[in-house]
Design a protein around this ligand. Sequence first.
Ligand SMILES: [Mg+2]
Length: 190
Amino acid sequence: MSWLRSAFGKPHVTSTTPSASLIDSIDPRHLAFDIDGVVADTMKVFVDLARERYGLHHLTKELLTCYDLRRCVPAPAHVIDELICLTLDDEHTAKIPAMEGAARVLEQLAREAPLRFVTARIWSDSIERWLHALLPGIDRQRITVIATGDPERKHSILHALKVRHFVEDRLETCHILAKTQRIGLEKQLF
Ligand SMILES: [Mg+2]
């Protein structure tokens, strides 16, 4: 699966298995993806809005080092909350750029298995439309998006979907998945 490796860079693997052999052993039928921060470059829009609306011109994506943005963005909590709401609303979700290479990888994967996405967003509609726009050549019936509303509820959804490999950018979620033996998730990438 060199396309997976090339699109997402060298992944960090929460496993003792070497990364190359892990990637080569992934069966697309057992794979699922987070969306924001994995397929969608959502923080690009957050940073743009922070600069345009609140004058946070020094803010860069590199400074967003933690999932709890209140801990790494030098702005009042209410400003950060408003920026998050704006970033995730329908208008701005539609403007989120895709991660480099993501569309190509997903198109190749879709030839082998349906695509499955599990997001912590509260509603799936806008990000589902975003995926359909990103992947116009893929039958919409082969794209499933499940919104959990909470990253800590992902493990039960992944268990129900019988997912064995989940691509996720939130370290805390990876740790939860690694600890939740009952879901049978063998390895995670983030
Ligand atoms: Mg994410």
